[in-house]
Design a protein around this ligand. Structure first.
Ligand code: AMP
Length: 209
């Protein structure tokens, strides 16, 4: 199956995308992770994108598409897109690209979470610099691999509010876009990682019952 994970920052899309892709052998493509990794390698386009990321704004569509188009056209069937598309223009570009390679999106999983809860989660979010795992308190060291934990620069209170505002203005219109196509599936994003994975599995037809 080919999936898009959509929802506000802090809703757990990245965490679930990694769980589900690991379980079902899907290719994971997270544009936030991809951008951060390119920034750390000093990629010139990603460094331009970083100016927007640090302010909590979206990277402009033209620049974003320039950065991800190669990965998109080379996507093997059976993928999860996390964090792309984030604007209607990106959704339209994605549709055209996928049409060109004969691939269709089966489900768009919408992670439904209140702003209040998203804000709370983001302000307590720590990530491992080595394995990328995410924790909701500062444990000092990553329990999984021992790497150091850090707070993302865009998880500062002002930037969090900006990202949520940007989400409502630029990304939320995609819900209607995919609803009209009949592929939007809403998931209650409040709960434990395992509870939410279970809800997603059941949408994918892998429920327990
Ligand atoms: P994320 O890790 O998904 O929260 O993404 C971190 C930041 O990367 C976002 O706040 C944006 O600045 C940028 N970004 C990631 N994906 C996109 C996208 N599809 N379009 C524009 N900007 C993006």
């Amino acid at each position: 199956m080919n999936l898009i994970f959509l929802g506000p920052p802090g809703a757990g899309k990245g965490t679930q995308a990694k769980v589900i892709s690991g379980e079902f052998g899907y290719t994971y493509m997270g544009t936030g992770d991809l951008l951060r990794s390119l920034v750390s390698k000093g990629d010139p386009l990603a460094l331009k994108a970083k100016e927007f990321m640090d302010k909590g704004e979206l990277v402009p569509d033209a620049l974003m598409v320039e950065i991800v188009s190669e990965q998109l056209v080379n996507l093997k069937k059976g993928f999860i897109l996390d964090g792309f598309p984030r604007t209607l223009e990106q959704a339209q570009i994605l549709e055209e690209m996928l049409k060109g390679i004969g691939v269709k999106i089966d489900h768009v999983i919408y992670f439904d979470l209140s702003d209040r809860e998203a804000e709370k989660r983001l302000s307590n979010r720590y990530q491992c610099k080595d394995c990328g795992n995410i924790y909701n308190s500062n444990l000092g060291q990553c329990p999984k691999c021992g790497g150091a934990l850090f707070r993302r620069k865009d998880d500062e209170p002002e930037t969090i509010r900006k990202r949520l505002e940007v989400y409502h203005r630029q990304t939320a219109p995609l819900l209607d876009f995919y609803e009209k196509k009949g592929i939007l599936r809403r998931v209650e994003a409040q709960g434990t990682v395992e509870e939410i994975s279970k809800r997603i599995r059941s949408i994918l037809g892998h429920g327990e019952n």
